[in-house]
Ligand binder design. Structure first.
Ligand code: GTP
Ligand code: SPV
Ligand code: MN
Length: 594
């Protein structure tokens, strides 16, 4: 495939370590992919689903101890600890190479090494960066073929250059005690071992496009963010773009594929998806921020996806899709998950592959009793998405009018508020908090600080990351406005107050009106909130102006508790937290107490 001596030399070195039986280059061809699918079906790694109902779709089950990202076993490995910071797990890089080399040694014996040359971003564009992943998993190969741009044109674009990200993945024994997801930003290297699950092993995604890329972005003057990108088309054809950072399983895919409510649709408004998880952002020649989605597909949360909540996502999964850890309906050889419809299959296997009794389902024990794992996923092609943006393959990206941060907060955070300026907006991002979800292993529903939804994904010191945000602000003459949203406020019974999903468009329209200076706002201690009557609630059952008022209240006492928690968090991030953010924190506290 190539004469690039940097690539070949590295593959030789890795092959000497892991000792595969053979080495196969992935060329991106349909014939090769088809042969791999057939091989995976013959070993049980994949199950072929009903060709009529779900053409070219497959089901995969991971090991039961390997169903989510493992933040506790994810490391940033630099020479100096302060470069990884206090929020990341750190290992001295040479110590890590040594430790992991012992685990990798001979781990591919009897297995094939697949070499996947891939591009994050459109091959050859200014944004694009190249990676090569070595893996012993066909499941990884087939997912990477959907999630990234793979093939000979990538290796051709690399030419003789040494500028590529080296990824080594080995399933080994899926031993959670020896599972490591390690990043070496100083060496453009990622080593992942003992997992076969999504974000731990599809190395182009969180490992490269966020952790390594955030490090490169700081060095090179751009940003890699955990953000969706969408376009709102107005009836006159103009499209305005928004990016939004929400933590894992907090609504990015859903917002990115939003279906406008009838009151907007009938006037001709449309929403287009550019990306649902990751944005790479640069300053354009006109002084605006431009964003691209470096991915080529969607690795979306299955549970809760249905004809009403996200018909676009559902349509995207109808062909060429890989389902992971969902429920297998044996009667018609299709898939099912909680929240798909109200007809759980009677003859089915759960996500573990055991006979499943839907009548025993207990909401309080989803992992134990559900058909699909709460973090079960679909891997679907972007080109399948009915609302994919015409700018999906754009070389220069889309100009951002607004950046939105958001978390899952039962109380405290209002439905929406606007920051006063870029510095305050950076502060708003830095103090984000959210309840934990099933996307990462560990407790679910615990509020933790998750700055810019990047807590698990910043490849360097979090204090330096905040500094980078402030520095970028000085380089953007026409910066987007920064907002914060919360779709997840609950009432006394724990029910969501805001209907969410498509109706989130009503909040986006206020945000865009603010960007154009077309609507007033009310100043509060935390920033600007809408006048309740400015959120359009036409044809919205059960929501009154009073509901909006309730969603917009700012309870000073809970905010002061947050301030105390933010102080602790900043102290934990350490001495590199920029003074400007401490100034903003002091202002917030002052505003809340006066
Ligand atoms: P990752 O892929 O892990 O990064 O997640 P994501 O941020 O893309 O989250 P996703 O859109 O898949 O949503 C996760 C869960 O939140 C699903 O169960 C959704 O049904 C639910 N959800 C999404 N949007 C809303 C909303 O507006 N309101 C409510 N109540 N739930 C929502
Ligand atoms: C997330 O957890 O934010 C995801 C899924 O998007 S994973 O690829 O596993 O990181
Ligand atoms: Mn994500």
């Amino acid at each position: 495939m190539t004469n690039n001596k940097h690539v070949l030399g590295w593959i030789d070195e890795m092959a000497a370590l892991v000792q595969p039986d053979k080495i196969v280059w992935i060329d991106g061809s349909e014939e090769q992919a088809e042969a791999l699918r057939a091989e995976a079906c013959s070993t049980g790694e994949l199950i072929k689903l009903n060709e009529e109902l779900l053409p070219n779709c497959y089901l995969h089950r991971t090991a039961v101890n390997d169903v989510a990202r493992v933040e506790g076993r994810t490391f940033i490995c630099t020479s100096k600890k302060e470069d990884a910071g206090n929020i990341n797990n750190w290992m001295e890089k040479n110590e890590c190479y040594e430790k992991l080399s012992k685990l990798y040694k001979g781990s591919y014996k009897g297995r094939t090494m697949y070499v996947i040359p891939y591009s994050m971003g459109v091959v050859g564009s200014d944004f694009a960066k190249i990676g090569v992943e070595l893996t012993d998993s066909i499941y990884v190969v087939l997912n990477m073929l959907i999630m990234t741009r793979v093939g000979k044109n990538v290796i051709d674009a690399l030419g003789d250059s040494a500028d590529f990200i080296k990824g080594l993945h080995a399933k080994k024994d899926i031993d959670e005690e020896n599972r490591y997801i390690c990043h070496f930003p100083e060496d453009n290297t990622i080593w992942s071992i003992n997992s076969g699950y999504g974000g731990n092993v599809l190395l182009g995604k969180k490992c490269f496009a966020l952790r390594i890329a955030s490090y490169l972005g700081r060095k090179e003057g751009w940003m890699a963010e955990h953000m969706l990108i969408l376009g709102v088309e107005y009836p006159d054809g103009e499209v305005k773009y928004i990016s939004a950072a929400f933590p894992s399983a907090c609504g990015k895919t859903n917002l990115a594929m939003l279906i406008p409510p009838a009151i907007y649709a009938k006037k001709g408004y449309k929403v287009w998806t550019v990306g649902d998880d990751i944005a790479w952002i640069r300053v354009g020649e006109d002084g605006r921020l431009y964003a691209v989605n470096p991915e080529n597909g969607f690795f979306g949360v299955a549970p809760g996806t249905n004809e009403k909540s996200n018909p676009n996502a559902l349509a995207t999964t109808k062909s060429g899709c890989i389902f992971t850890n969902v429920c297998h309906d044996l009667d018609n050889n299709t898939v099912w998950w909680e929240g798909l419809d109200n007809n759980p299959p009677k003859n089915a296997l759960n996500w573990r592959g055991e006979k499943w009794d839907y009548t025993k389902y207990d909401k309080a024990d989803k992992v134990g009793t559900s058909g699909a794992h709460p973090n079960s996923r679909f891997t679907a092609m972007a080109t399948n998405c009915p609302c994919i943006s015409s700018e999906f393959n754009s070389l220069k990206g889309v100009p951002l009018s607004a950046i939105i941060f958001g978390g899952r907060r039962a109380k405290t955070a209002p439905l929406v508020y606007e920051s006063r300026n870029w510095q305050h907006g950076t502060f708003v991002g830095s103090i984000m908090a959210s309840e934990t979800t099933a996307a990462a292993s560990g407790a679910v529903g615990v509020v933790r600080r998750d700055p810019m939804a990047m807590r698990p994904f910043v490849g360097y010191n979090m204090g330096d990351y905040f500094r980078h945000w402030l520095d970028m602000g000085k380089k953007i003459p026409n910066a987007p406005k920064i907002f914060h949203v919360n779709w997840f406020r609950t009432d006394a019974d724990g029910n969501f107050i805001w209907p969410g999903f498509g109706d989130n468009m009503r909040v986006l329209m206020w945000i865009l009106a603010r960007c154009e200076g077309k609507v007033d706002a009310v100043e509060t201690p935390i920033g600007f909130v809408p006048k309740a009557e400015d959120i359009n609630i036409e044809e919205l059952d059960g929501v009154t102006v009073d509901t909006i008022k309730e969603l917009l209240t700012i309870d000073k006492q809970s905010w002061l508790e947050d301030v105390a928690n933010i102080k602790e968090f900043y102290a934990q991030v350490g001495e590199r937290v920029p003074a400007e953010l401490y100034d903003e924190l002091a202002t917030l506290e002052e505003n809340l107490t006066k």
